[in-house]
Write a new protein. Structure first.
Length: 114
């Protein structure tokens, strides 16, 4: 009879744990609704027009502004990034090898001569 009493206690304990888990699992429906934060509307046309007006007010030509912007963005760096060995390997291109001068230096006395 003592085993039956233990089983009843365990049964109550297990049902209590299950009820607690069920209470934690249920979510208030108001909490699940996510409000999107309002973002200010930016009109590209107005910002572009304002930029052109600002450039013209400084006394530079649009061509000078264009070359300055292109130099700042450094398109060459973007091209160089595509030529790294890692990029070439990931895109299935043959990797670049070391230069001949470096190879001659490495051939000198062997690999252990650092």
């Amino acid at each position: 009879m003592t085993d039956f009493g233990r089983w009843e206690n365990r049964k109550k304990e297990i049902s209590g744990i299950i009820e607690t888990a069920a209470d934690k699992a249920t979510v208030n429906p108001d909490v699940t609704k996510q409000e999107k934060p309002r973002e200010p509307e930016i009109k590209i046309e107005t910002t572009a027009e304002a930029f052109v007006e600002a450039v013209l007010r400084t006394g530079t030509t649009l061509q000078q502004a264009k070359t300055a912007i292109l130099k700042m963005s450094s398109l060459r760096d973007a091209e160089n990034r595509k030529n790294t060995n890692n990029w070439r390997k990931m895109h299935g291109l043959p990797m670049r090898r070391k230069q001949k001068a470096r190879k001659k230096h490495e051939r000198g006395k062997g690999a252990d001569c650092h």
